[in-house]
Design a protein around this ligand. Structure first.
Ligand SMILES: Nc1ncnc2c1ncn2[C@@H]1O[C@H](COP(=O)(O)OP(=O)(O)OP(=O)(O)O)[C@@H](O)[C@H]1O
Ligand SMILES: [Mg+2]
Length: 246
């Protein structure tokens, strides 16, 4: 059995009276590529945000390598440097060049010397095809380029797990393929990833597991071959038939 990195137990999240996540249980093993599917409002982003501790869960526990996450900000920051996140809207620092965006975290959080931070930034920018743009500012880039920089920035931290929340949803259609190709390459390199996406072909071809969410529950947790050919839950069937119908 492969090594467990994250385990989520009985996780719940409410905003006021509104219960958004209910009894979420699953674990992430090293090398997993997990795609999280589900209709709008089913709780996908909230689940990722809880896993990354951008939101604090209302109940339940999260374990990292078998230890429950601490509540102190220092512990959370350390955990976050190992469990990174890539957002739909890129969240780059707009006042910094591409290079600076990729050096900021490694210098400020990991305390890497400048030379090492620079080398790591260049290496990861090369990997996503953005090395020629090191001196550009985010406003000078297309959406697809921004997202590739955001992925490089995430990789610079050498995370154990990278979370993606709809990384291609804000992109023009012609940019989507570039970003998905970068993610496919990462999957081959054994990076552990949790990806909220509506890209069904990507989920089917690249993931080793699909979680399908409905109304705050994970109602199906299956390998992609099984999920896409014979989904069990009625909501999963309906969701897929909508995609197939286009
Ligand atoms: N900060 C918040 N305060 C109050 N309600 C919230 C907050 N964040 C999310 N919600 C609610 O939680 C529910 C789940 O939202 P979430 O963004 O996790 O869904 P999602 O599956 O990511 O949807 P989408 O596919 O549209 O991104 C929604 O009803 C949303 O309105
Ligand atoms: Mg969302």
């Amino acid at each position: 059995m492969s090594e467990e990195i994250i385990r989520v137990e009985e996780l719940g999240k409410s905003f006021g009276e509104h219960q958004v996540l209910r009894k979420i249980d699953f674990s992430v093993n090293k090398g997993d590529i997990i795609c999280i599917l589900g209709s709008s409002g089913s709780g996908k982003s909230t689940m990722l945000r809880c896993i990354n501790q951008l939101e604090t869960q209302s109940c339940g526990k999260i374990f990292f390598h078998g230890s429950e996450l601490g509540k102190k900000q220092k512990e959370i920051n350390e955990y976050r440097s190992k469990v990174g996140m890539v957002f739909q809207s890129f969240n780059l620092f707009n006042n910094m060049t591409v290079l600076k965006n990729c050096m900021e975290g490694t210098q400020k959080v990991l305390h890497l010397p400048k030379k090492e931070a620079f080398e790591r930034a260049i290496e990861n920018l090369k990997a996503v095809g953005m090395a020629p743009f090191i001196n550009a500012y985010p406003s000078q880039l297309s959406g697809g380029q921004k997202q590739r920089v955001a992925i490089a920035r995430g990789l610079c931290m050498q995370p154990e797990v990278l979370l993606f929340d709809e990384p291609t949803s804000a992109l023009d259609p012609e940019m989507v393929g570039d970003v998905l190709n970068v993610m496919k390459e990462l999957a081959k390199k054994d990076l552990t990833m949790l990806i909220v996406t509506h890209e069904m072909d990507f989920a089917r071809d690249v993931s080793n597991r699909v979680l399908f969410m409905d109304k705050g529950y994970i109602v199906e947790d299956a390998p992609p071959q099984k999920f896409f050919s014979a989904p069990e839950h009625p909501r999963a069937k309906e969701f897929l038939s909508r995609f197939i119908a286009g």
